[in-house]
Write a protein that binds this ligand. Structure first.
Ligand code: MBD
Ligand code: FE
Length: 244
């Protein structure tokens, strides 16, 4: 069996097994078929997969990797965010709401040697939980940008505390969550991709102690090492990158 056949037949067997075990009816099959088409039509496959599947791929792929903990990329990364100038501040609107937050620390290799000039691609939701580039109310580019570490690997970026994020409830993904009587929330988080030449890019997120939904992230992406505690609007966090 080639790789495609191995994985595809295992997935189909799993689906067929559920149908038999739970006596799935023709009516339920029709509902599921329509729902799958609706997810595609609504453009929600990236959302659905990153919320319900990516964490398993991530934990499996990076088990035992050296350096800081990573977590899922999610559906809202835009690769072309600009490189910002020091002093680093993520783009915001003049009247931006939200508590100020300064994130700083060091980027090193897995042995603690500083990585001068490391790049931190940072993105997060606004104080209402919306992402620029995906929500019509936000101008493009808000709360997205690349920050450069200095000669000692130190970085610092000013932004605001994002709000928890809820999956859109009007769409088929939200309908599935409601049908299952789950909640649709992710705790407040800041996404980062930290990278330096000769190292594996670290895709990660930082979460905030005491914030809602930390224990019930719908995407299951929270790791203990990634929960930080802001003190006086400041958070220190060091990133260690695995060798490439
Ligand atoms: C998000 O903000 C997110 O990070 C993920 C993984 C899924 C949905 C929304
Ligand atoms: Fe997110």
């Amino acid at each position: 069996m080639n790789r495609a056949e191995t994985v595809v037949s295992a997935m189909l067997d799993a689906i067929r097994g559920v149908i038999v075990e739970h006596d799935v009816t023709y009516e339920e099959y029709a509902i599921a078929k329509q729902w799958l088409m609706d997810v595609g039509e609504a453009g929600e496959w990236p959302l659905f997969l990153d919320v319900f599947v990516e964490t398993t791929v991530e934990r499996n792929a990076f088990r035992g990797r050296a350096g800081s903990a990573g977590t899922i990329l999610g559906p809202y990364h835009l690769p072309d965010a600009p490189v910002l100038d020091a002093p680093f501040e993520l783009p915001r609107r003049p009247d931006e709401q939200g508590e100020p937050l300064t994130l700083s620390g060091r980027v090193t290799d897995a042995e603690g040697t500083p990585l001068a000039g490391a790049v931190l691609d940072v993105w997060h939701a606004d104080a209402e939980g919306f992402y620029s580039g995906f929500h019509p109310d936000l101008p493009p580019g808000i709360f997205r940008g690349k920050v450069i570490a200095d000669a000692e690997g130190r970085y610092e970026v000013n932004t605001i505390l994002p709000a928890p994020y809820t999956i859109p409830h009007e769409g088929p993904t939200g309908a599935m969550v409601a049908a299952c009587e789950w909640h649709p929330w992710r705790p407040a988080h800041i996404h980062l991709i930290v990278d330096a030449p000769g190292h594996e890019p670290l895709i990660t997120q930082l979460f905030f102690e005491g914030s809602d939904y930390l224990d019930g992230d719908v995407a299951g992406a929270v790791k203990e090492d990634l929960v930080v505690r802001p003190v006086g609007g400041r958070v220190e966090y060091d990133f260690a990158l695995a060798p490439a």
